[in-house]
Design a protein around this ligand. Structure first.
Ligand SMILES: [Zn+2]
Length: 376
């Protein structure tokens, strides 16, 4: 069974380490020690050669005693947002807080501690199980760098579970959007603002016409969002603005639909700018791929069954954000996003209920037990 005291102590130890993105070396070394103690094969990959961080992702593998059962993949990230690391945990009424000077680090050490304890408990009991692969990623908080750069050939599992979300036992994200960041450059023509403004073409004005086409709410429909949140323009108050740049953040849970929307937007903005005498260029940066699993995907059904076995009714949700699970889905590994109880994340008021941490470990454990009953 899950050892609650050991689990909480593991968590407290993990968050006491440095945790900033690209500085996960101490956490990785600590986890490798833990995995050795657990008797699991493990290694670090070399994504840091691309990301510029201290270390790569930490991978571990627990070979199956039941080779016909589906193989599972569990994932959580090692970094936290600043101010973080060296957390002094304050325990009060069954809730874990920081001392107020740092984030707690429940995002995402709650996931890491839960996975370690779940596997440890099953090994102690000598439970029969399918293969289990574990990956603790780096630099999730600065653009999912560990997940975005990992070698997909390493992925061996049938279903993946990313433990990195607020909410309680049974909350499962089954769909999340693909993201494009589109940098738009509108070029006009400089001229003196007082002497001969009519000889200029005001790029800022044309850019603002582009923006006026966008929905004020940022939401186009139930599965699509689109907004512009940064802009730069101009060289002087007395010069007709020759260039303006802005970035469109556009997301949709349906990849094909997002691609269609991108083409439509490019056409519409080009028409507006050219009509005003300017020119326009687009630099499209692909963000995360979509998670498009659907509620009936076996990966989701398995997570739901495990939650039910623990007495929790599954709550299936969609997300508008990007997580490591998006990238894993992009590599072809169906990967759901599971709640760990982390709360008020990305603030120094972050907290984690001990019961939620305990439930997360039970959920991971139950997932492995449910998978053990199945055939691939
Ligand atoms: Zn996180």
């Amino acid at each position: 069974m899950i050892d609650r005291v050991r689990l909480i102590n593991d968590f407290i130890e993990l968050v006491s380490l440095p945790a900033a993105s690209k500085k996960e070396g101490a956490v990785a070394a600590h986890l490798c020690k833990k995995l050795t103690a657990l008797g699991l094969e493990h290694e670090q990959d070399e994504v840091h050669l691309v990301t510029g961080g201290e270390c790569g992702n930490v991978w571990a593998y627990w070979p199956a005693t039941l080779p016909d059962a589906p193989a599972l993949f569990f994932e959580a990230h090692m970094d936290s947002v600043s101010p973080c690391g060296g957390t002094e945990v304050v325990r009060k009424d069954g809730v874990l807080y920081s001392d107020g000077t740092t984030t707690l680090g429940g995002d995402d050490k709650s996931g890491i501690a839960a996975v370690l304890e779940a596997v440890r408990s099953l090994r102690e009991e000598g439970a029969e199980h399918g293969a289990v692969q574990i990956c603790f990623t780096v630099s999730e908080e600065i653009g999912c760098l560990g997940a975005a750069n990992l070698d997909k050939k390493r992925l061996l599992a049938d279903y993946g579970y990313c433990l990195d979300m607020g909410g309680s036992l049974g909350e499962i994200v089954y769909a999340a959007p693909k993201l494009y960041d589109v940098e738009v450059t509108v070029t006009g023509k400089a001229a003196h603002a007082g002497l001969e403004p009519e000889k200029g073409v005001n790029a800022l004005l044309l850019a603002s016409r582009c923006l006026s086409l966008l929905p004020a709410s940022g939401r186009l429909d139930e599965e699509t969002t689109l907004s512009v949140n940064t802009m730069s323009a101009g060289v002087g108050t007395n010069i007709i603005c020759p260039e303006a740049k802005f970035v469109i953040d556009m997301r949709c849970r349906n990849s094909a639909k997002l691609d269609g929307l991108l083409i439509k937007i490019q056409k519409e903005l080009t028409a507006v700018v050219e009509e005003g005498g300017g020119s326009i260029a687009f630099a499209v940066k692909e963000g995360c791929p979509a998670m498009e699993l659907g509620k009936e995907h076996p990966c989701i059904l398995l997570a739901s069954a495990a939650a039910r076995a623990l007495g929790a009714e599954p709550k299936l949700k969609t997300s508008g954000g990007c997580a490591d699970s998006n990238y894993l889905c992009g590599y072809g590994l169906p990967c759901a996003l599971l709640a760990t109880g982390m709360s008020a994340i990305h603030t120094t008021a972050e907290f984690l209920k001990e019961d939620d941490l305990y439930d997360t470990a039970r959920w991971v454990r139950q997932l492995i037990l449910e998978a053990a009953k199945m055939k691939k």
